[in-house]
Design a protein around this ligand. Structure first.
Ligand code: TRP
Length: 433
């Protein structure tokens, strides 16, 4: 069985937080350990340009996300771990795919539509503040996936539509240029929790409610103290349902630990104690990796070389595939050029032709003229059209050989050389292109 290829990208737009860890980093590393799986994890820095125009932030985020994956146990020897912009074949593939993508498909992408709807609601121009990068986002993502012919793409729900678009675009390309691409499938890990943030909404950079993955111990404790709770006093039973604190705990704890906390809730644990338990539980998992992270982040050159090595590995796959795709669409060396279609057409129209007619003497004649109407061969009169037709047929079929048959009473004008006439008859006899 050939290995299934799993691929996923992480946009380098900010500092990784606990939500990224639970939702993406941890499951990705677990999946990379499965047998018969070839994994591709990359830092989607081309993508980050769509929403971030702060170069230092992109650089910083790339470093932090790379260090986080490594600190959490990703083995760059085992997987393909690279930075998207180190593989320029992806940018080139984006263009090839752009040219087979209907604009209407992109008009329907959720992220773009949301921006348009927001503008419409505000009474603004539909495309106000929408850059073309946002519009093209799904094509770039498609190139990420198709470049390595990934079978499975583990993503969050919000990305499923993009993977479906990748299928559509792959299908269209295959239809036009041959079966080059695997049709990828989104993989939504149902068991992976979306982590609530400090305010109870989904943990996200844009809600400003996140807890940095590698916040120092003291900061982690302080942030957890800020997780939203209700106003129930110590001793009062608490609801696990709808408790952000409980949900975060669950994402880190075993079943039995989770049950224990549920019991403590029922018995009226104070919010302060519950927060302390949450802090200790998270810290137990994160602390060993935090040390590793600190070591990595203080040595950016080492991370750089790991990423460059990953890019070499990725390009060893991407470059030959890119060459195949370039050839498929017609970006080709001229040395092996095939007879161009246009010239073939010109040759066809330059063919000589027979013209038949009847003279006043009642006999049937024909002449051979070239494409410009110049006379190449003149027949004498035949008694019936059938005889004329038979002679024309033998000329077409036999070409030069038939010429010798002077009995047919054919005359070559003085200004037409024998070679010219032979060539014309050969052209007449050659199959139509
Ligand atoms: N768009 C993805 C996100 O925001 C990141 C991403 C970029 C990606 N390219 C990808 C995910 C390719 C999977 C496959 O989460």
């Amino acid at each position: 069985m050939t290995a299934q290829r799993f691929l996923t990208g992480i946009t380098t737009s900010g500092e990784p937080h606990l939500g990224n860890y639970v939702g993406a980093i941890r499951p990705a590393i677990a999946a990379s350990l499965a047998p018969n799986v070839q994994s591709f994890y990359f830092l989607a820095d081309y993508h980050s340009l769509i929403k971030i125009d702060d170069p230092a932030r992109i650089q910083r985020s790339t470093l932090e996300i790379a260090a986080s994956f490594l600190a959490c146990g990703l083995d760059p020897q085992r997987v393909n771990f690279y930075r998207q912009s180190d593989v320029p074949e992806i940018a080139e593939l984006t263009w090839l795919l752009t040219c087979v993508t209907s604009k209407g498909l992109l008009n329907r992408a959720h992220a773009y539509k949301a921006a348009v709807d927001k503008n419409a609601a505000a009474g603004m121009d539909p495309d106000a503040d929408v850059n073309a990068g946002l519009f093209m986002y799904p094509v770039l993502m498609t190139a990420d996936i198709l470049m390595f012919n990934a079978h499975k793409v583990p993503v969050g729900r919000d990305q499923v539509q993009h993977v479906e678009m990748a299928r559509d675009i792959a299908q269209r390309f295959n239809h036009l240029y041959g079966e080059h691409f695997v049709l990828p499938q989104a993989l939504i890990e149902e068991s992976v929790a979306t982590l609530p943030g400090l305010d109870g909404r989904k943990m996200s950079k844009s809600y400003d409610n996140s807890i940095p993955l590698f916040a120092p111990r003291a900061q982690l404790q302080k942030l957890i103290a800020g997780v939203v709770t209700d106003s129930r006093a110590p001793g009062e039973p608490k609801d696990t349902e709808g408790s952000a604190l409980f949900q975060i705990f669950q994402a880190f704890a075993s079943r039995s630990e989770t049950l224990e906390l549920a019991n403590a809730y029922a018995e009226g644990i104070s919010w302060a104690d519950a927060k302390q338990r949450l802090f200790e539980r998270i810290d137990r998992e994160i602390a060993p990796m935090r040390e590793h992270y600190q070591a990595l982040i203080s040595d950016p050159a080492q991370i750089e070389s790991i990423l460059l090595e990953g890019a070499l590995k990725a390009r060893a796959l991407a470059a030959p595939f890119n060459a195949t795709l370039r050839h498929a669409v017609g970006l080709r060396k001229l040395s092996s050029v095939a007879a161009p279609a246009k010239q073939a057409k010109a040759e066809k129209s330059a063919r000589p032709a027979f013209k038949q007619y009847r003279e006043r003497d009642g006999k049937f004649y024909f002449k051979l003229v070239d494409a410009r109407g110049r006379l190449l061969l003149q027949s004498s009169g035949f008694d019936s059209p059938k005889e004329a037709a038979q002679t024309m047929a033998s000329l077409s079929a036999g070409g030069a050989a038939a010429l010798a048959d002077q009995a047919a009473g054919l005359t070559r004008p003085a200004d037409v050389s024998a070679a010219e006439l032979t060539q014309a008859l050969q052209l007449l006899a050659s199959p139509t292109l």
